[in-house]
Ligand binder design. Structure first.
Ligand code: BES
Ligand code: MN
Ligand code: ZN
Length: 508
């Protein structure tokens, strides 16, 4: 009786965690044969390409051509024309989608086309997506991927959220196994993006450090990723006083998560992501309602690195990569850090906390120290929603990158362009000038703001090749846009997944 009760409680707990696991609700089926019992047929066409399929009768062809001419269809990227009940087709609707100039069609353009198309497809009846006018299996798979990315929903807090049904889309392609292979790689990326969005979207009251550590462990372990979780006592005992300090004022104390995918015997690449699960500012309180609202997104850097490692493991990529996520809850109470307090970081540096709202660099200092100490990485990329100053300088389409290493910069820029997660370099300031302290070794603020944050982190990266990504403002979309539904967008997952592969392929 007693045992049964325990089992029942366990089951209930597991259910509550599972209830918002990333849904994957599109099943893409690739085949070389036609599928005739479809209500909608979709055809993709490049600019100035004649839309004609061998299987069409001349009557069908005439009808389609007339409709396309009437709508001035020119195959422009994202252009869509719908033809109702085309003669001789079993489908009730034909949707013709432009993909733009054939030579300019790439992964990013394909994803955008997929996302745009998704909104005009029924979710409850069969659809054939005829990609025979595109010869590139990778591009076809990227269109499917764009549909998946757009299809994500975070509906844990919607009382009317019904179980959405899995939709199957049938793709008629030139080479089904090639398309399937490319799609599997993209699906691994989508799963990483979904984990990251789940992490970002979870409100600060439910998504505190321990909850995020458990949620991530659960998602990552089944993929063969080695997960290490340090609890608050372990964080403190390891000497990570900067990370520990930020959460002192919360009943939810600091955690640290390391997720290691050892897909090769190379020296590891470390990705360190800011996992501040809520940012009130601490005693330097964020006093305007607009500045404190949505500060659950302050864990987006952590989401990005965990999502990237999940994607790389899902792809079984031959890379050695570790994500390190310091997890904090920057709240106030009688035990919180005070402005002017001094904390001692893992490497022994004494830091004057001149502003409790500059907490990201404090927790990253210990994350970077832990990554160097435990994994001896050949390079470190850290990513964080770090400064409002970055948003002022570059806005929200680009993130800011800081580095002294040309190869890190070049590969990061290349990865940014390949994934449309763009980066722009800002200069590192004189070190330690802008963060020098009269009280302790360094202080946690300086001017200009984004640069001071970067220089502070540089102190902890020491001689390890390092690049810092300030993604403040990039993490969240108020409304749906492009490949992203409203909410956390998973910025950084696609960028870092690509970057780790590019950088890994360079000589050690
Ligand atoms: N999490 C914020 C940065 C941020 C601001 C992210 C806006 C997303 C949107 C960070 O912890 C912060 O508060 N930074 C301060 C630093 C300052 C006190 C030196 C800032 O930028 O105002
Ligand atoms: Mn802050
Ligand atoms: Zn913050």
């Amino acid at each position: 009786m007693k045992a049964m009760k325990v089992v029942a409680i366990l089951a209930a707990l597991m259910l509550s965690v599972q209830a918002f696991a990333s849904q994957f609700l599109i099943e893409h089926k690739f085949s070389e044969a036609a599928n005739n019992d479809s209500k909608v047929m979709v055809v993709f066409a490049a600019e100035d390409q004649t839309v004609a399929l061998e299987s069409w009768s001349s009557a069908t062809q005439t009808m389609v051509t007339t409709a396309l001419n009437a709508k001035e269809f020119a195959g422009k990227h994202g252009q869509m024309v719908e033809v109702l009940a085309p003669t001789g087709l079993t489908a009730e609707r034909l949707v013709v989608v432009g993909v733009g100039a054939a030579e300019a069609f790439n992964r990013v353009k394909a994803e955008q086309v997929g996302a745009k198309l998704l909104s005009s497809l029924p979710s409850d009846s069969a659809v054939v997506l005829n990609a025979s006018l595109i010869n590139d299996a990778a591009a076809v798979a990227a269109i499917a991927h764009g549909m998946d990315l757009k299809n994500y929903r975070f509906d844990r807090y919607k009382s009317d959220a019904k179980d959405r049904e899995t939709v199957a889309y049938h793709w008629q392609v030139a080479d089904d196994s090639e398309a399937q292979q490319h799609y599997a790689e993209f699906q691994a990326i989508a799963k990483g993006v979904f984990l990251s969005r789940d992490i970002i979207n979870l409100p600060g009251g439910d998504g505190y450090p321990q909850a995020i550590a458990e949620m991530a462990s659960k998602a990552l372990k089944p993929l063969g990723i080695k997960v290490t979780v340090l609890n608050p006592e372990q964080v403190r005992k390891a000497g990570m006083g900067a990370l520990y300090g930020v959460s002192k004022g919360s009943e939810h104390k600091a955690y640290l998560l390391a997720a290691h995918w050892e897909g090769s015997n190379d020296q590891p690449i470390a990705l360190v992501g800011k996992g501040n699960t809520f940012d009130t500012g601490g005693y330097n309180l964020k006093t305007s309602s607009s500045s404190i609202l949505r500060m659950q997104t302050d864990k987006a850097g952590g989401g990005a690195v965990l999502g990237a490692v999940m994607a790389l493991a899902g792809q079984k990529a031959p890379v050695n990569v570790v994500a390190v996520v310091p997890l904090s809850h920057n709240l106030i109470s009688g035990s919180a850090l005070l402005p002017g307090d001094v904390v001692t970081a893992g490497d022994g540096t004494k830091v004057e906390v001149a502003n409790t709202d500059a907490e990201g660099r404090l927790i990253l200092a210990d994350g970077i120290w832990y990554a160097r100490d435990k994994f001896k990485p050949r390079a470190i990329a850290d990513i964080a929603t770090l400064t409002g100053s970055k948003v002022g300088a570059l806005g929200t389409a680009y993130s800011a990158v800081f580095t002294e290493h040309d190869d890190l910069l070049a590969t990061m820029k290349q990865a940014g362009e390949a994934t449309d997660e763009l980066v722009w370099q800002l200069p590192l300031g004189p070190y330690p000038g802008i963060i020098s302290s009269t009280l302790a070794d360094i202080k946690n603020v300086g001017s200009p703001g984004a640069q001071a944050g970067a220089v502070f982190l540089q102190h902890f990266a020491k001689d390890t090749p390092w690049i810092h990504i300030d993604m403040a403002g990039n993490a969240y979309n108020a409304g749906a846009s492009g490949i992203h539904p409203a909410g956390g967008n998973g910025y950084g997952v696609r960028l870092l997944t690509e970057w780790v592969k590019l950088y890994s392929n360079q000589a050690n």
